[in-house]
Structures are given as C-alpha cells and as structure tokens.
Design a protein around this ligand. Structure first.
Ligand code: SAM
Length: 269
C-alpha cells in the first residue's frame, strides 16, 4: 500500500518516537485478558505494541483509508484475529456494546478531545480506566486545582467523576507531522457510583457553566438567578468570590443545596 498522507481534519499526528511509545504502553500496563478499546489507531503506533500483550483489542477509527489498511493488515474473517475493527465516529460509538470492565486508550484527535471526554463520561460505570494523549494545555486544565489559572469548567466537570493524573509530557517531535502544541498523557479513573456526590447532574452542569460563563465576575453576579444573599450565607460561601475560587466540593454543595431547595427552574437551567 502507498504511504498514508496525514489528514488535518481527523487530527492525524502519528506517534513515531519508539521510546515515548514504549513509555505510554508501560503507563497503560496492558494485561492479556483486558477488554481494551483504542480510539483512533491510525497507523498502529500504539496498536501494535498493545496487541503484543493483549488477547484481543477493539479499535474505533473514522478514516476510510486507515480502515482499509487495518482490514488489510488484520483480516477480520481470520479466525485468530486479535484486532476487532469498528469503522465510524468515536463520538457516536456505543461503548455499552463492548464487554466490561472496559479500558479505553488513545492518542486522541485534538480537535474533538473535549466532546470525546464528555462522551466517555456517559459510560463511566462500565470503565476501569482511560489513558489518553491530549494537548498538554487540556491535560493541565483537567487536573488543575481551584484558585489556579488553568482551573475551569473542564476541571470541575471531570474531577467530580474521575481521579485524574498527568503521567507524561510528550514533545511535538514525537509525532509526524509534528503538532504545533505540547502533548501529555493523562490517566482517568472513574469514581465508584457511591462516591459521586452530585444529586442532580444536569443542575450541577448548568451551575458550573453559569459560574464560569463570566469567570471574572463574582458569584453574586453569575449565580444571581439561583442564589440570594441568604443562600450564600447558608452555604457559608463568600458571594464576592469568583468561580475559580470554588473547589469541586464547593460546587457540589451549591448544586445539592439548589436541588434540595427546588432552585432548578431559572430560565437557563
Ligand atoms: N494512534 C495513532 C498514533 O498514535 O500514531 C493515531 C493518532 S491520531 C492523533 C488520531 C487518530 O484518530 C487518527 O487515526 C484519526 O483518523 C482518528 N480519528 C479522528 N477523528 C476520529 C473520530 N471522530 N472517531 C474515531 N477516530 C478518529
């Protein structure tokens, strides 16, 4: 087959640095019997070393040219095939169709990384862990602590459901073509259901969006539709603070308080 030409619209930056690839695989620590799915196998930089250690591996790939290559390299009708190819958009893939407990890995297309992370969230009860390559700036936001510049909606919306850890920095030269940004590997482990303390996830998401919608404004201002002075007092939260000063636990308290007090009917909730 002729050489594959990387496609920008699919965020194709292929890993070529063998020592980084080995480091990523050792972060993932694949075990033979794992139910693992790789998002965007591309030219197989991670797929091949993972397959060496796994009994089987699912992949979800959108690019028809790459799918044709995968079918060529791993004929699906072959009895002993270890690679199960799912052609299509990972954003629409129903991960509930795969066996549990599921492990998800991937060097994600950066242009859709945030919607993908939220898509995976829907299946978190079925997932043991996830390891992703992402833009470093996104990983910094995911793991940021409150009252730091990187802390925002993404930090809160993921931290209430996942324990997350940045594992590895990956420089642009590790890819071909080299992306314009630094990258990093992050591990995400879903919290068990009993540790997810949010009573009403829709309301929680709406409050977090409202608070960070205008992040330079005070909470008195951004949350005025749902919290009055007496509510701030009852919550023991200073209304002069900004969203970035509230911890994830604070946001949970605010949302649960609003849920308990029926404060769910404001226009944009
Ligand atoms: N895993 C390979 C590597 O590390 O070299 C390729 C990584 S490349 C950054 C992203 C891969 O995701 C590409 O193979 C691309 O075609 C695929 N991709 C892009 N958008 C996708 C989508 N919506 N669903 C599934 N795969 C997608």
């Amino acid at each position: 087959m002729s050489a594959h030409k990387a496609k920008k619209q699919f965020g194709q930056n292929f890993l070529v640095d063998q020592s980084i690839i080995a480091d990523i695989v050792s972060c993932i620590r694949p075990q033979a019997a794992d139910n693992m799915v790789e998002i965007g196998p591309g030219l197989g930089a991670l797929t091949r070393p993972l397959l060496k250690q796994l009994n089987h591996l699912h992949v979800v790939e959108i690019d028809r040219d790459i799918i044709a290559r995968l079918h060529n390299d791993y004929p699906q009708e072959h009895e002993k095939t270890k690679l199960i190819i799912h052609a299509g958009d990972a954003l629409e893939f129903d991960f509930a169709t795969l066996d549990t407990p599921l492990r998800i890995v991937g060097n994600l297309p950066y242009n859709i990384s945030t919607p993908l992370l939220f898509h995976f969230t829907r299946f978190s009860a079925r997932i043991t862990d996830m390891h992703f390559m992402l833009q470093n700036e996104v990983v910094e936001r995911m793991v940021a602590e409150h009252s730091t510049p990187a802390y925002g909606r993404l930090s809160v919306m993921l931290q209430y459901r996942f324990v997350m850890e940045k594992l590895l920095d990956v420089p642009p030269e590790s890819f071909k073509p080299a992306p314009k940004v630094d990258s990093a590997i992050v591990r995400m482990i879903p919290l068990p259901a009993e540790q997810i303390l949010v009573r009403n996830e829709k309301l929680f998401a709406a409050i977090v969006s409202m608070a960070f919608g205008q992040r330079r404004k005070t909470l008195r201002n951004t949350l005025r539709q749902i919290l009055q002075e007496a509510d701030f007092a009852a919550l023991e939260i200073n209304a002069q603070l900004r969203a970035e000063n509230l911890s994830v636990a604070d946001f949970i308290r605010v949302a649960n308080y609003c849920d308990l007090h029926g404060k769910t009917t404001a226009g944009n909730l």
